[in-house]
Design a protein around this ligand. Structure first.
Ligand SMILES: O=C(O)c1cc(=O)[nH]c(=O)n1[C@@H]1O[C@H](COP(=O)(O)O)[C@@H](O)[C@H]1O
Length: 229
């Protein structure tokens, strides 16, 4: 199965998002709206993208009591988001509520371990010995599978194992970097080719594309490699 690229609109304002979307034109049809842009502009960003015929991944990484998350997932579905993230660390009842609230048209993606963590920093955040990263991601993937979620978010390092153990789940892989590219604040990165070969259903393309001198050229190059793979 081919990986679908999703462009991360990590920009402050709707005007910046519009400029990037217009720059990429028909080469990009799936966009991620995350915390920065959604906090500034709210649902009108999603409405504008939908009006342009684009699909929207609403990356809000929800983490709250089940009733609140159920309601937020319902709101995301009403807005027309195709995908919505919730944290696996919110637990089974919260993920179940998200899936229920999202309904049939909006896929819930369960965030396992953020790609900015390596094992030691995750151990410190959890207040216990550094967990084995692969095992921790699989534990959260199992929770996603049991809840009937659409997929999970993990790094390119774990995607093959997730595909092997939970073939129904669609993995979304952020932390995508071209070989030799700057990693910024990401600890677990992968190239588009390797993440796709290991079974990513979706690739989040952030700074590797959006901070390039010509985003459209980089995106076309990535699309070509994915099509050849
Ligand atoms: O859910 C996400 O999309 C996500 C999960 C994760 O574990 N790590 C991660 O980087 N992301 C998002 O993916 C994008 C990565 O951006 P770059 O680091 O610029 O490629 C950002 O918008 C993050 O919010």
């Amino acid at each position: 199965m081919r990986s679908q690229p999703i462009i991360a609109l990590d920009v402050p304002m709707l005007a910046d998002a519009k400029a990037l979307v217009q720059r990429l034109g028909p080469d990009a049809d799936f966009y991620k709206v995350g915390l920065e842009l959604f906090t500034a502009e709210g649902p009108r960003v999603v409405e504008w993208l939908r009006g342009e015929g684009k699909r929207v991944f609403l990356d809000l990484k929800l983490y709250d009591i089940p009733n609140t998350v159920r309601g937020a997932a319902r709101s995301a579905a009403t807005m027309g988001a195709s995908l919505l993230t919730v944290h696996g660390y919110g637990g089974a009842a919260m993920v179940d509520a998200a899936v229920e609230g999202a309904g049939a048209e909006t896929g819930i993606l369960v965030v396992t371990v953020l790609t900015s963590f390596d094992a030691p920093s995750l151990g410190i955040a959890l207040g216990r010995e550094a967990p084995e990263m692969g095992g921790e991601v699989l534990r959260l993937a199992q929770l996603a599978d049991r809840a009937g979620a659409h997929g999970i978010v993990c790094s390119g390092h774990e995607v093959r194992a997730v595909r092997g153990s939970y073939p129904r789940l669609k993995p979304l892989v952020p932390g995508i970097r071209l070989s030799g590219g700057a990693t910024h604040d990401q600890a677990r990165v992968a190239t588009p080719e390797s993440a796709a070969a290991d079974g990513a259903a979706y690739l989040v393309l952030g700074r590797a594309v959006t901070a390039a001198p010509s985003p459209v050229d980089v995106l076309r190059e990535i699309r070509m490699t994915l099509a050849a793979g």
